[in-house]
Design a protein around this ligand. Structure first.
Ligand code: NAD
Length: 479
């Protein structure tokens, strides 16, 4: 971690200044690998949120007028400084949230791409000309920024989410108040340092750290907040959705998942098994798009389970800075208890642990379950850990029906050589994303990323954020 955070509590970044909470209150940011103190962090209050929103609202008056070339230059400068500060960002991802180095490197690369893609957005904020039935009337639409955007990010991919959402909001001419997860505030503070160094004007980007459960409503319900983007659990998403509905504040919600993978009998298991492992074990399954359900056609079921468990039992659980390590510590006691209770409940009700199920410190071994039935919590609820269930199916149709038997609808995947079946699945799966012959875990800066039902509302990505974080104004000229 940087010397700054070792020496003194991390501060909020409001209106271009580093500020403490009025009371001086701080909270502990804990390294999940060994539950040691990682940093002391300012514990934000409602007043801090209001100060940040006021700064963002004031800054919007001039920031919205900045030229596309200026916003593009600033964002590309952010990307340059990110590269200079790569080791700070990567060390933070390792020590603050327990990212294995390979996940931290992957996340850094994605984050960089997100910022560069956002820079490309600045010159593409376009309205259109519209035919008019009124003689001599010239008619057009202008695409305008919304104003103050509230960004609330989760702990698991804090750099990807911050880079995408903050950069896109700023590219489009909005200003931002960012409330990061209380489990990954330092990563966001580092990002704020980079934004400040790049030269973004005071108030255009503001960060308040603290507990979302205490100060989140102040932000999402603030009358001067013009858009809310939230990534986190479905329960909190529902709560925020109700607040936004009451205030008529537009929003995007990226929530939880129970993403299915179908494996049909015609596949080459040598190719599929490594991708299956990637689908669930990356960052120890703490990924919204992780595949926590595998439906495998019966002729290859036993072979699939055997080979998957051999790979799972060998997945790296060593030093987080060892490039072969995949399995991360689970972020918090609450989350560890959830995973433990899902496994215990399944075993108590008759499921079989094919591999895994044990803990090494705060790390749960990669765990494969068979014999899972509907009365087990793990069947339908999001576990958010390195745990997945493998079910035999007698036909593709049964697999599709079971895949759709969920309240979630985030990512999905099918492995087959039959292109007709693959496209049938893509069209009929109730999910925001579908990957044919690829893992459920996949994201790019410009794609429409998001889900349906309990998995959320709206999409993220350069084009999707342009739709979401701007509004059209109709303008006519009588010639
Ligand atoms: P969480 O919902 O507990 O917390 C997420 C964030 O919400 C935190 O920053 C927290 O402080 C904040 N928060 C809590 N109460 C709030 C309130 N009333 N108002 C505003 N903010 C509030 O989720 P988590 O456990 O930190 O993250 C894991 C969850 O996030 C999983 O369900 C996962 O699937 C989901 N997730 C989804 C995506 C996606 O893109 N769909 C990506 C990553 C994580």
């Amino acid at each position: 971690m940087s010397d700054k955070s070792k020496m003194e509590p991390l501060k909020h970044y409001i209106n271009g200044d580093w500020v403490e909470t009025e009371s001086g209150a701080v909270f502990d940011d804990i390294n999940p690998l060994n539950d040691t103190l990682y940093a002391k962090v300012a514990k934000g209050t409602g007043k801090d949120i209001c100060d940040a929103v006021a700064a963002a609202k004031e800054a919007f008056k001039s920031y919205r007028e900045t030229l596309p070339s200026e916003r593009e230059r600033l964002l590309l400068r952010v990307a340059e400084i990110m590269e200079v500060r790569k080791s700070d960002l990567i060390n933070c991802l390792v020590d603050e949230i327990g990212s294995p180095i390979q996940k931290a490197m992957f996340e850094f690369g994605k984050g960089l791409t997100m910022v560069r893609a956002a820079a490309g957005l600045c010159r593409n904020v376009r309205g259109e000309t519209i035919p008019s039935d009124a003689p001599g009337k010239f008619s057009m639409s202008l695409r305008e920024p919304l104003g103050v955007v509230a960004v609330i990010t989760p702990f698991n991919v804090p750099l990807i989410k911050t880079s995408r959402l903050v950069a896109n909001a700023l590219a489009l001419g909005n200003t931002v108040v960012h409330l990061p997860s209380e489990m990954s505030p330092h990563l966001t503070i580092l990002f704020a340092e980079i934004v400040a160094e790049a030269g973004f004007p005071p108030g255009s980007y503001n960060v308040v750290t603290g507990y979302g459960s205490e100060i989140g409503d102040e932000l999402t319900g603030h009358r001067d907040v013009n858009f809310v983007t939230f990534t986190g659990s479905s329960v909190v998403g529902q709560h925020i959705s109700e607040i936004c509905a009451k205030n008529k504040t537009p929003k995007t919600l990226e929530l939880g998942g129970k993403s299915p993978t179908l494996v049909l009998a015609d596949v080459d298991l040598d190719k599929v098994i490594p991708l299956a492992a990637r689908s669930i074990f990356m960052f120890a399954g703490q990924a919204c798009i992780g595949s926590s359900r595998f439906y495998v056609e019966r002729p290859i079921f036993d072979e699939f389970v055997k080979r998957f468990s051999m790979v799972a039992s060998k997945i790296g659980m060593g030093d987080l800075r060892d490039p072969d390590t995949v399995i991360a510590p689970i972020i918090s006691p609450r989350q560890r208890n959830r995973i433990k209770s899902h496994i215990e409940d399944a075993v108590k009700k008759g499921a079989t642990i094919v591999v895994g199920g044990e803990w090494e410190g705060n790390r749960c071994q990669p765990t494969l379950l068979t014999g899972v039935s509907e009365n087990m919590t793990v069947c339908k609820a999001e576990t958010f850990g390195p745990v997945t269930s493998i079910y035999p199916i007698d036909s593709y149709e049964e697999g599709l029906e079971k895949s759709n038997d969920t309240e979630y609808g985030l990512s999905s995947a099918i492995f087959t050589k039959n292109i007709d079946t693959a496209f049938h699945f893509a069209k009929n799966i109730s999910a925001g994303m579908c990957h044919i012959n690829g893992p459920t875990i996949h994201d790019e800066a410009h794609v429409p990323f998001g889900g349906n039902g309990e998995s959320g509302f709206g999409r993220e990505g350069t084009d999707a954020d342009m739709e979401a974080m701007t509004e059209l104004k109709w303008v006519t000229v009588q010639l």
